[in-house]
Design a protein around this ligand. Structure first.
Ligand SMILES: N[C@@H]1[C@@H](O)[C@H](O)[C@@H](COP(=O)(O)O)O[C@@H]1O
Length: 236
């Protein structure tokens, strides 16, 4: 695991952009993408750049169950607003939060991931160490599945909704098994509220209690974290 400690999220966005630019340089064409507050500055730097994704494919980590692609709180909408509007891909995949046949949707998403092996997977991390919406206890070999969100995740994501009662309680998430198949992984984390999860991810035991700890067994992981998120790391 390569750990890059930056001053703040803006510096992190610039470093994150460099990882994307290098990946394209090295021939990457399939990008696993994340949502939430963390990747916003990386997307901002990409939007400002001349990187061209028009021949590339994107596959997002997750989507809330029950939200339409046009719902302002959906991850479809987030991606359109933060990236795709300005940097369109040849093809962009997110789980369909309104799928009528859930099992068919999950199976189809797994097939999409198999058909488009991910070159660079971008991750954020939940305060409980979740990646995508793989909550603690998720199977390390898991494929795309429906997740019941923990109370802490619902509370953490409530800031994007009118109030906490509007946060969906289920999501479709790429499984950890699929995430680990990516050739390269970039995890970003900013803020003191991520310090415990980062310490567990980097220096804790590999345990399903901290889903991101599995990244210790992946051959090519880069962490971009700010000083606050790095606070609990020993001998940094
Ligand atoms: N499904 C998303 C994750 O992909 C994201 O990494 C996490 C952290 O979000 P934030 O970056 O806003 O802290 O929240 C949500 O649970």
């Amino acid at each position: 695991m390569k750990v890059i400690i930056v001053k703040d999220q803006n510096a992190g966005g610039k470093a994150g952009y460099e990882v994307f630019a290098n990946a394209i340089e090295e021939g990457a064409t399939v990008f696993g993408l994340a949502t939430g507050g963390t990747p916003e500055t990386t997307y901002q730097e990409i939007v400002k750049s001349d990187l061209d994704f028009s021949k590339c494919t994107s596959i997002n980590l997750d989507e809330y169950v029950g939200l339409s692609a046009t719902d302002p709180q959906s991850y479809h909408h987030y991606m359109q607003e933060h990236l795709f509007e300005n940097k369109p891909f040849k093809k962009s995949y997110l789980p369909d939060g309104q799928a009528t046949d859930e099992n068919a949707e999950l199976k189809a998403y797994d097939q999409t991931i198999q058909d488009n092996p991910i070159d660079l997977q971008l991750l954020g991390i939940g305060t409980n160490g979740h990646i995508g919406f793989n909550e603690p206890g998720s199977d390390f070999k898991g494929q795309t599945h429906k997740v019941k969100l923990t109370d802490s995740t619902i509370a953490a994501n409530a800031r994007y909704f009118e109030d906490e009662t509007q946060v969906p309680h289920y999501a479709y998430s790429m499984g950890i098994g699929s995430i680990m198949q990516a050739k390269k992984i970039l995890l970003e984390a900013y803020g003191e509220n991520k310090a415990e999860a980062i310490a567990a991810t980097v220096q804790g035991p590999v345990s399903e209690e901290c889903p991101a700890s599995i990244l210790q067994t992946h051959p090519d992981v880069t962490l971009i974290i700010d000083e606050a998120a790095a606070k609990l790391l020993k001998n940094k």
